[in-house]
Design a protein around this ligand. Sequence first.
Ligand code: FAD
Length: 388
Amino acid sequence: QPYCSPSGPISDACCEFRTIQKVNSELSPLLAELVTTSFFRYWKTNLHKDCPFWQENPLCILRDCSVVEADESEIPEHWKTSALSSVDQSPLDNGFSLMSKSCQWSEADFCAVEDDFSAEGCYINLLKNPERFTGYGGESAARIWGAIYRENCFNLFENNLEGTLTNRRKELENTCMEKRVFYRLLSGLHASISTHICDQWLDRKSGEWIRNLTCFSDRVGNHPDRVQNLYFTYTMMVRAVAKLAPYLRNHQVHQFCTGSGADTHRIEDLVEQVADKAVACGPTFDEKTLFVDSGSMLLKEEFKTHFRNISQIMDCVGCEKCRLWGKLQISGLGTALKILFSYDDNPMLYRLTRGEVVALFNTLNRLSESVAAVDEFRAMHQKQAKED
Ligand code: FAD
């Protein structure tokens, strides 16, 4: 297969690569603007929780690892009060309501959720803390990825994280779809994070941020399975937004209210456009093919347990900025899983926090940027091949 030029159907999804390329060209400018708006650029989280699984070294002190907290005065007061007053709201009143969380997760959740009402944590302006190369790596990062794949991907690659592509493919083919989907989602997220690192790489000699093709080829470009998985994760996120669309569109878009009229209208308009395009692109992923066999309830619980573990593993990431984006994107994937698998066909029961909605759309945006970056890296690779 030519470098980074996947074609045909995306494994375990129900659409083709070219469908996703087309939908991404439409979605990416909308998402890029959406995440700059007042509602979507602030996310509250606690970056100082202890790692619950092992003794983690102190957070790294590299300059590029640090996170700048938002000034509380930037945060609209009514987010906290209006969301608090919606706690007791009947979901049937409006179909989709924001809710507050007092405990770490409810039955419907696939991951630990923190939100506007959490006593601990602080607001972060995501625009001021972009996800990019930080220099974090070594044993600490390897341990996190190892714990994710070895211990929490249903032991699919217990002793074989570095296994050959053929071996991995065989193991994946022989396992059930639910376990494959789980692995693909995480591998897709990992590929996306690697793509951002290589797309915004700090050249220590010049001090400039550059696009690093060698980095991308080593980590993603020369691994067709990882490129596939990146696309797969994107298709699942688009499906979750499509499923959420009627409720975003008809009932609760006004909940994106931020206090400033003009801003609110633009946010509503952007959310509607993203949702419309997610629907219009046709089916991308069929969640109904999962958890249908006998024993699937048990499998679903295991799936949830592993995903919740992974959300907690994010508190072990040893670089503050990587921890921020790791937590946000795991929360975004967890929200998508909740939309797809927790409410059967009764989205009237949807319960999402503001933090989950923000994480969902920011995660989709990060994946959208990665899918676009793959095209840029392919062009760079072709140009370089011609010159050589
Ligand atoms: P790693 O990316 O650490 O990968 C470890 C092993 O996993 C590889 O050797 C390979 O066997 C396997 N692997 C790699 N990619 C995939 C894939 N897509 N699917 C399946 N298996 C795979 N660094 C930054 O500079 N900026 C960040 O924002 C950042 N965020 C991070 C967030 C998290 C949650 C974590 C755990 C780490 C983050 N890092 C970040 C560190 C970064 O991901 C790498 O760990 C680090 O750059 C070292 O990379 P590496 O080449 O050794 O391989």
